[in-house]
Design a binder for this molecule. Structure first.
Ligand code: BES
Ligand code: MN
Ligand code: ZN
Length: 485
């Protein structure tokens, strides 16, 4: 794992002392904290320069300005935050400023001084997350430095605790990104189970790994049905955190590679399918962060890991399996495999009657068609869905609710089994979620379908190209809300 940037405190802006200063600018170049000092010292040419390069202070805009020694920094990075920033605007501006900073060992920022609720945590998180890079498979690691960040005085008195909390969350996000970015040839179900477990053990969690024999003995017919086509057998990973309090169970889809199985995906659609374990990675990372933060919840993580391959033992269209809760499913399309591994994981999770059951999965392309690449689709029972939506909003992750109409359930009717595994072309994300609901035993339940936001093609704000770690922040926020009652 790459090292996270160091975050410390710094002197007041006018004292200088770092190569780079990052300051926010509002709409129409309204100076944010520290920016008036810069504008004042650099002179009127700076306003003309910003005008000329089209920097007006909108969120997402960045201008890198050399100071030629006029102030105690070699460069100023101006980041736009618009006229009504919220914490996610600040998180993104911190990330954009961090990534745009010219090569240097250190930068100082004033973003945490914006009068936005949560500005300090957002500044720290955005900076930490922007420091991520994935270089395990480069022949030469990049020599670009990972600058440390100084928070310009004044800082709130409890800043070190905030940094410590943000660091635990960011470490979980880094781990999730590493797991998702790792090439699938080196990360089958057993490999991923071992990597997750090592980190969970360190966080004080109890760890169980079920192998293919135990999965069979325990009636996990869905996971077995998906894993059978691969030489690398499936695993179920179960972590239980050390905390006590309301019970939160998290289940994740962990397909280490999704070829589609015998219902083989076209080549183009296979390109990105190493991300198909992003849901399992997110719930494992979140469970680890929740445990390390000592939140007052009893968290349980169930990561259902399998590789969906078309080997000689693979499930055939027409096969019927029995899931953990006794319900039978006809597999009409082996590419609708995520719901099959989650059927078992949700059944097992529901057996413990948690206060809340949440699953995360790169489940359907249809949800991405509905809500686009930057939103997760959110399904579930009413209260659970509301709680997850509020936590996501507070964490700065984009989710949008979609319906679970009981009248669509008949689209899953099968002539031979309790249900079939696909519901046809229309509302594909919804029928997938309706199938999952069959395995939740009326426990309060929410389902996050994250085909779009699990990864990004291009680097931007606090994201590097590749895995994003989506879901970790929402689940940690959800747990802290449950702990608070
Ligand atoms: N892993 C895919 C869904 C997916 C698509 C994730 C794009 C990320 C990006 C899933 O297993 C799948 O193949 N779903 C099918 C379901 C269909 C066969 C009913 C889909 O969405 O096409
Ligand atoms: Mn699939
Ligand atoms: Zn899949």
């Amino acid at each position: 794992m790459t090292r996270l940037p160091d975050i410390g405190s710094a002197a007041a802006v006018s004292d200088g002392g770092a190569p780079v200063l990052v300051v926010p600018m509002g709409a129409d170049r309204e100076p944010g904290p520290g920016a008036a000092y810069v504008l004042d010292r650099l002179g009127s040419w700076l306003g003309e320069h910003l005008e000329g390069v089209g920097f007006s202070g909108k969120p997402g805009e960045v201008a890198v300005v050399p100071t030629a020694g006029a102030i105690g920094y070699r460069w100023v990075v101006m980041v736009g935050v618009g006229d009504d920033p919220d914490h996610e605007t600040v998180r993104r501006a911190a990330g954009a400023g961090y990534r745009a900073a010219p090569r240097a060992g250190r930068l100082v920022t004033t973003l945490h001084q914006l009068s936005v609720p949560g500005a300090l945590a957002a500044t720290v998180e955005g900076s930490l997350l922007a420091g991520y890079r994935y270089e395990d498979y480069r022949s030469k690691p990049s020599d670009r430095p990972v600058p440390e960040v100084g928070l310009a005085a004044p800082v709130p008195s409890d800043w070190t605790e905030t940094v410590e909390r943000c660091r635990i969350v960011a470490e979980a996000v880094y781990a999730v990104r590493d797991w998702v970015n790792q090439p699938p040839q080196d990360q089958g179900p057993a490999d991923l189970a071992a990597m997750m477990s090592a980190m969970a053990t360190q966080a004080g969690m109890t760890v169980e790994i079920w192998d293919e024999k135990q999965l069979t003995d325990e009636g996990m017919g869905g996971i077995m049905s998906v894993g059978r086509g691969s030489h690398r057998p499936p695993r179920l990973v179960r972590f239980i955190g050390p905390g006590e309090g309301p019970r939160l169970t998290l289940a994740g889809k962990g397909i280490t590679f999704d070829s589609g199985g015998l219902s083989l995906k076209p080549a183009k659609n296979q390109e990105l399918m190493k991300v198909d374990m992003a849901g399992a990675a997110a719930v494992a990372g979140a469970g680890i962060a929740i445990s390390r933060l000592g939140l007052g919840v009893r968290v349980e993580v169930l990561a259902a890991l399998a590789e969906n391959m078309p080997g000689g033992g693979a499930s055939r269209p027409g096969d019927v399996f029995t899931a953990r809760n006794g319900k039978t499913v006809e597999v009409v399309n082996t590419d609708a495999e995520g719901r099959l591994v989650l059927a078992d994981a949700l059944s097992l999770g529901a057996e413990g009657s948690p206060d809340l059951l949440v699953d995360v999965a790169t489940l359907t392309g249809a949800t991405a068609v509905a809500v686009g690449l930057r939103y997760a689709g959110l399904y579930g029972t009413d209260d659970a869905r509301r709680m997850v939506a509020e936590a996501a909003k507070a964490a700065g992750e984009k989710v949008w609710p979609l319906p679970l109409p009981p009248e669509y359930r008949k689209l899953l009717d099968s002539p031979v089994a309790d249900m079939k595994n696909t519901g046809g072309r229309w509302g594909g994300g919804i029928t997938a979620a309706l199938l999952l609901q069959e395995f939740t035993a009326d426990v309060p339940w929410a389902h996050l379908d994250i085909p779009g936001p699990a990864k990004t093609k291009d680097a931007k704000h606090y994201l590097a190209a590749g895995a994003t770690g989506f879901g970790v922040r929402t689940l940690v926020e959800l747990a802290s809300r449950m702990a608070a009652g």
